[in-house]
Write a protein that binds this ligand. Structure first.
Ligand SMILES: *[C@@H]1O[C@H](CO)[C@@H](O)[C@H](O)[C@H]1NC(C)=O
Ligand SMILES: *[C@@H]1O[C@H](CO)[C@@H](O)[C@H](O)[C@H]1NC(C)=O
Ligand SMILES: *[C@@H]1O[C@H](CO)[C@@H](O)[C@H](O)[C@H]1NC(C)=O
Ligand SMILES: *[C@@H]1O[C@H](CO)[C@@H](O)[C@H](O)[C@H]1NC(C)=O
Ligand SMILES: *[C@@H]1O[C@H](CO)[C@@H](O)[C@H](O)[C@H]1NC(C)=O
Ligand SMILES: *[C@@H]1O[C@H](CO)[C@@H](O)[C@H](O)[C@H]1NC(C)=O
Ligand SMILES: *[C@@H]1O[C@H](CO)[C@@H](O)[C@H](O)[C@H]1NC(C)=O
Ligand SMILES: *[C@@H]1O[C@H](CO)[C@@H](O)[C@H](O)[C@H]1NC(C)=O
Ligand SMILES: *[C@@H]1O[C@H](CO)[C@@H](O)[C@H](O)[C@H]1NC(C)=O
Ligand SMILES: *[C@@H]1O[C@H](CO)[C@@H](O)[C@H](O)[C@H]1NC(C)=O
Ligand SMILES: *[C@@H]1O[C@H](CO)[C@@H](O)[C@H](O)[C@H]1NC(C)=O
Ligand SMILES: *[C@@H]1O[C@H](CO)[C@@H](O)[C@H](O)[C@H]1NC(C)=O
Length: 844
């Protein structure tokens, strides 16, 4: 036992034994007063699992193998109870490898709207589509990568390098998806910040950075009730995340109180026992024989405690019952195959000894009216970076010239390149597993041309012209729009030499040359960028002929329509940068991606920058070290202007104790049902026709608990300890201690639209912290609001600051603490401008 002191205005002491990552915490369903809504699901899951045999339990935990069934991942089933296996399907922006589904704007665009409402609706619409196809688990949303470096290949699948913004987006997405009866999967847990060496890179991470940066948005996902979390490919402090008792057992299941299941990224599991004891609950896609029969055998031998297996099954079924309120009969069958576009296809495509054929694709149309939402998110995520001389919005321009391959349709169709792994025609999503097939893709050229026809705008368009022809045409029109792109994706495909991560921050396919060629002949040049993050465009910011720059991100199927809405002022832009826009690679050179490891087999990377990524980094280090930023985090222009006044800070709870640490013990590890150790109970029934190489839960070599401790000796005894365990002081409720989410301050201010057109502003609250040390960022985002205003209208923006928002993570006490600050201020900003500030009175 050691004594820690939780300090604050009222100091309280608690005795906390040293907590380790073992044993793996068993789910309990929590208690209602702690704000859990898992009890009912947990009761049902317990009853269900109590009725299962050992191989049936194992079946739920293990995938049947790559391409063994129709989904990207499918677990075994419980035929005796009429319960089919779980269908898990990519990805974070729509149903992958399917048809008659929507291609939603990427996560990074959802973040750029800064709209909780649109984030929620996007989640709901995606959830409805997955449900309509019979999918049980949508493999999204993404908070890892968080976006440590802008070149990270999969940043666009997630939301923002700011943990607060990503946390809000995670919570809204999870709630939206799960409200439609589909389990969301918060991924990739955790520190999967780059694609190079992702399967083995060993990230060295300190505890405070983990809590305040990378774990934060996952805490929000858990608080929102997420049913599953995917452990990632990388290692952390020497151990793969899917076997990592610190990240999975200690942080996720104990501290954050996660009640659902942890599923491995595809192939991210490395051992039978290490993963089971380290907290993995479901192995995907199941190949490699680490679980299935091997897990059954490990339980029979006593190498995996029975309670650990039961906990896996209960967590999986609790997630199921949490989102499925109806009976099994309401559960849709899977009605598509990820592996063929034909109506009739192989039921088990990987089968080497022959698979039956059946109708596998019913081509169910799940799109509903989602196109309207997609267009709205597309428009509201566009960030207007520059708008000189009021060029925008356009109003019936007399003539217009369009440049750049990124404006156009891919001549072979929007899905011509598998997994979108090419840059041909307009870019509307990145590449890799985070993609979906486009039902259609409205290119900017098509949408602009339609608009030009309505307005009698004289229309010039060039296709792959030499720069000299471009220049001739550029000068001929009243306005020129140049489109340019960059792309990024997952490292199983390399595009133009980019193995997932971007090699550089410049535009692709000669985009810079094209922009410069047009701008040197055209005084009204508009630049539109489809990129997965920032690109080096400082020259365009400074160029007198480039009157407008718009970042449209990766907007999905309604790309062109959404752009026209903003260019012509049907939608007044509200998008704000969800990341800092550096002038070039030098800005984040101190937070490097590792492209060339000294030891390629055992690459190690220390995240030495700690908390200082994105704007935290640029505000911490003198500009002399880098060239500066083109636009700050949170930046984005509007067609109107806003005025701020009357900042007020209301203090809540000033008489309550600071923080009640979670104390006490859990119950003993429960087991559900009885295991039959008889050989015939655990081997395939006589006459069962196995499919090769399908993964089954049965043992092939009869085994028994021999009390052979050799395998077990590789783990601390605590890994096998099923007695009651002390709870985590910062835990006790979903996402962490209930007290963390108490509102301590409510900040309000008045915002008035002082322009001529309706518009929406995104006021942002930054906590400006003075800690008297070098380890604390100068300011951090801790609130934002979305305020729609008619001209002359005034509304109140409201920001709630919770205890977690104003605390820091104290590694010694393993808890959130407030007293570090010598002072804290709130700064209300709009588009990078500080509007109002007030001191926070700490100490009640
Ligand atoms: C247990 O299984 C039997 C069928 O074998 C079924 O009738 C019963 O409802 C099941 N009980 C639970 C709690 O699922
Ligand atoms: C496990 O799942 C597979 C695939 O769904 C099924 O064929 C098998 O019968 C299941 N095993 C048990 C013990 O239920
Ligand atoms: C496929 O989905 C549709 C719509 O959800 C549903 O009506 C149909 O029954 C499903 N197909 C099968 C085979 O379950
Ligand atoms: C199905 O069709 C899409 C194009 O719509 C294509 O991208 C995909 O590769 C096809 N899938 C298979 C398995 O053939
Ligand atoms: C950066 O990468 C893109 C895509 O591979 C390439 O088109 C461009 O030429 C590269 N830029 C530089 C400066 O090398
Ligand atoms: C801007 O465009 C005009 C033509 O309209 C051209 O003469 C001038 O050189 C351009 N300026 C720059 C900096 O390229
Ligand atoms: C395991 O031990 C039990 C009890 O001694 C016995 O009934 C069973 O057949 C054994 N199983 C195997 C696979 O040897
Ligand atoms: C294994 O060892 C424990 C403790 O030594 C003993 O209680 C138990 O009966 C043994 N189990 C078997 C199957 O031999
Ligand atoms: C005990 O387990 C170890 C590791 O699993 C194995 O190598 C060894 O052969 C086993 N010993 C006996 C006596 O079964
Ligand atoms: C199991 O854990 C509890 C709580 O930490 C501890 O008191 C007990 O001594 C442990 N048992 C063993 C056998 O290590
Ligand atoms: C806004 O208010 C001012 C005076 O406060 C008035 O002159 C102007 O017409 C109003 N504008 C609109 C659009 O109502
Ligand atoms: C702010 O917190 C108060 C008090 O907990 C709550 O009633 C209110 O709904 C919250 N408002 C927002 C905008 O979150």
């Amino acid at each position: 036992m050691r004594t820690i002191t939780l300090t604050g205005a009222i100091a309280i002491s608690v005795d906390t034994p040293f907590l380790s990552g073992f044993p793996s915490p068993w789910a309990s369903g929590g208690t209602e007063d702690s704000g859990w809504d898992w009890q009912e699901a947990h009761v049902k899951a317990r009853a269900f699992v109590s009725n299962l045999t050992l191989p049936e339990k194992v079946n739920l935990t293990t995938g049947t193998g790559w391409e063994a069934d129709v989904c990207i991942g499918m677990t075994g089933s419980v035929p005796r109870l009429g319960f089919r296996g779980f269908c898990l399907q990519d990805g974070p922006l729509g149903v992958r490898y399917s048809d008659h589904n929507s291609a939603f704007p990427a996560g990074i665009n959802a973040a750029a709207t800064w709209s909780r409402e649109l984030m929620r609706k996007r989640g709901e619409a995606m959830g409805a589509e997955f449900r309509g196809k019979g999918v049980d688990v949508q493999l999204g949303p993404v908070a890892g990568p968080l976006g440590r470096n802008p070149q990270g290949g999969r940043n666009w699948e997630g939301f923002s390098p700011d943990p607060y913004l990503t946390g809000v987006a995670m919570a809204e997405t999870v709630k939206g998806v799960q409200s439609k009866g589909v389990i969301a999967c918060a991924k990739h847990f955790i520190l999967n910040e780059q694609e190079h060496y992702r399967d083995r890179i060993d990230v060295k991470m300190d505890d405070r950075t983990m809590h305040e940066l990378y774990l934060w948005p996952f805490a929000d996902a858990v608080r929102a009730g997420v049913g599953s979390v995917m452990c990632s490919y990388n290692k952390i402090n020497g151990e793969h995340t899917c076997e990592n008792e610190w990240t999975t057992n200690y942080l996720l299941k104990n501290e954050l109180g996660f009640q659902g299941f942890v599923v491995s990224d595809w192939g991210a599991q490395h051992t039978t026992l290490g993963s089971a004891l380290g907290g993995l609950d479901m192995a995907m896609p199941g190949d490699g024989s680490l679980w299935g029969g091997a897990l059954t055998e490990a339980v029979l031998r006593g190498d995996v405690p029975e309670w650990r297996l039961d906990d896996m099954a209960v967590r999986i079924m609790a997630a199921y019952f949490k989102v499925h309120t109806g009976s099994y009969a309401d559960r849709p069958e899977v009605n598509f195959s990820a592996w063929t576009n034909k109506t009739v296809g192989l039921v088990h495509p990987s089968a080497k000894n022959g698979s039956e054929e059946a109708v596998v694709n019913e081509f169910v149309d799940v799109q509903g009216d989602h196109r309207d939402l997609i267009r709205q998110i597309g428009a509201k995520s566009i960030v207007l970076l520059k708008n000189e001389r009021g060029l925008l919005p356009l109003s019936k321009p007399r003539s217009m010239a369009i440049f750049g391959d990124d404006a156009r349709d891919n001549p072979d169709g929007p899905n011509a390149c598998p997994d979108r792994a090419c840059v041909r025609g307009t870019v509307a999503m990145g590449w890799g597993s985070g993609t979906a097939e486009f039902p259609y893709l409205v290119s900017p050229a098509a949408a602009l041309r339609r608009r030009a026809e309505l307005d009698d705008t004289y229309w010039f368009e060039t296709i792959d012209s030499p720069l000299t022809a471009v220049q001739r045409l550029a000068g001929a029109a009243d306005v020129a729009i140049v489109f340019a792109a960059a792309d990024a994706g997952e490292n199983f495909v390399t595009v133009d030499g980019n193995a997932g991560d971007r090699n550089n921050l410049t535009l692709w396919n000669g985009g810079d040359e094209l922009i410069q060629a047009v701008a040197s002949y055209q005084k009204n040049t508009i630049v539109v960028l489809h990129t997965p993050g920032s690109v080096n465009i400082e020259y365009a910011r400074a160029h007198p002929n480039i009157t407008a720059i718009l970042w449209a991100g990766l907007p999905g199927q309604e790309s062109g329509n959404a752009l026209v809405d903003v260019l012509y002022g049907e939608v007044n832009p509200q998008g704000k940068l969800p990341f800092t826009w550096p002038k070039d690679e030098s800005t984040f050179a101190g937070i490097p991606l590792m492209f060339n490891a000294l030891d390629p087999l055992n690459p190690t990377q220390s995240f030495d920058e700690g908390l200082f990524i994105d704007y935290r980094w640029v505000e911490q280090y003198p500009q002399s070290q880098w060239r500066g930023v083109s636009w700050p985090f949170g930046y984005g222009l509007s067609y109107t202007a806003f005025e701020y006044s009357d900042l007020r800070v209301k203090i809540h709870n000033d008489n309550t104790p600071w923080y009640t640490a979670n104390q006490g013990l859990t119950g003993d590890a429960p087991t559900y049902g009885k295991i039959d150790t008889a050989a015939e109970a655990n081997t395939a029934p006589k006459g069962f026709k196995k499919i090769t190489p399908y993964v089954y839960p049965w043992i092939t070599t009869p085994t028994n608990n021999t009390n052979n401790t050799t395998a077990r000796s590789a783990f601390p005894a605590a890994a096998y300890n099923g007695s009651a365990q002390p709870v985590h002081p910062a835990g006790g409720a979903p996402g962490g201690n209930k007290g963390l989410f108490e509102v301590l301050y409510t900040v309000t201010c008045e915002i008035r639209n002082v322009g001529d057109v309706p518009g929406t502003d995104i006021p942002q609250l930054y906590l400006r912290q003075h800690a008297g040390d070098d380890n604390t960022p100068f300011r951090v985002l801790r609130g934002f609001d979305e305020v729609a205003l008619q001209p002359n209208e005034t509304k109140t923006a409201t920001f709630n600051l919770t205890r977690r928002d104003v605390s820091y993570w104290d590694t010694d006490s393993q808890n959130w603490v407030i007293d570090k600050w010598t002072s804290q201020e709130v700064g209300i900003e709009s588009s990078g401008d500080l509007k109002l500030t007030a001191r926070l009175r700490v100490g009640g």
